[in-house]
Design a protein around this ligand. Sequence first.
Ligand code: PGA
Length: 261
Amino acid sequence: MEVIILPTAEEASEVAARLVARQIREKPDSTLGLATGGTPCKLYQLLVRMHQAEGLDFSRVSTFNLDEYIGLDPSHPASYHRVMEVDFFSQVNIARERSHIPDGMAKDVRAHCASYERAIKDAGGIDLQVLGLGSDGHLGFNEPGSSLASHTRIKTLTERTRSDNERFFTDGHEVPHHVITMGLGNIMESRMCLLLAFGIGKAQAVAASVEGPVTASVPGSLLQFHPRAKVLLDAESASLLIRSDYYQWVYKNKPIWQTHL
Ligand code: PGA
C-alpha cells in the first residue's frame, strides 16, 4: 500500500487524474473500474479537462461502475447512471456500449449480476479500479461484514451509509435500502487500486483501513493485501494515521526511477 498525503483534496485528485491518464496512455483499451459519490467528482472534472485540453482519448476504454441503487430508474437524479452520464460520460469520447453500470431496475438481479461478472471477464478484467471509502470503511457498497471474497451481488445498506447519502436525494427517506455492488473479490482482482478519501469524516475509516488489522469489519483494510494499491488522502483524512510523517517523507523522496507521474 502506498499512502500519498497531500494538503488538499484538489491536489490529491490531480495525482489520481494523472495516474488514470497514464494508464490510458500506456494502454488505450484499458478497463477502468469507476466509483461514484462526492469523493471522485474532482477526479472526473480533471479527466474531462485532460480530454478537452490534451486530447486524452477514451474511445477504446471500457468502464465498469462499482454499484447502483436497486429500484432507481436511470433517469433519477441520484441514480449512478444519471450521475455518471452528467458528470463524466457525456463530456468525454467514451463508447456507451463499453460503459457498464449495474442495472438497478433488473428484473432478475441474480442473472444480471452473473452477466456483469461475465462482461468484466470479457473486457479482460479491471486494469485500474478507482475507489472511495465509506465513513464506515466500505468499498463500493460492500458494507462492514461483507465477504472478503465477494463478487457482484445484492447488498443491504447500513443506516449510516443511507444517512451519509441522504444529501444526494431531495427526500432523505428516498435513499434505497438495497443496491447491486461489485464485491471485494472483484476489487482484489483488479490490477491496480486507487483509493481516494478526503475530509475529517473519513479519518477514522482511513486509519482503520491503512493501519488497523485486516478484517471484514473494515472492508477498506482488505487493500493491505492488494499488491498495487495507492491511497490518496488530504491532510484531514490522514490526520489519525500514526505513520503519516513517514508516508510523506517516502513520497517526497522517491528516487526518480520510482516516481510514477
Ligand atoms: P463519498 O462516498 O465519496 O460520497 O463520501 C464514498 C463511498 O461511499 O464510497
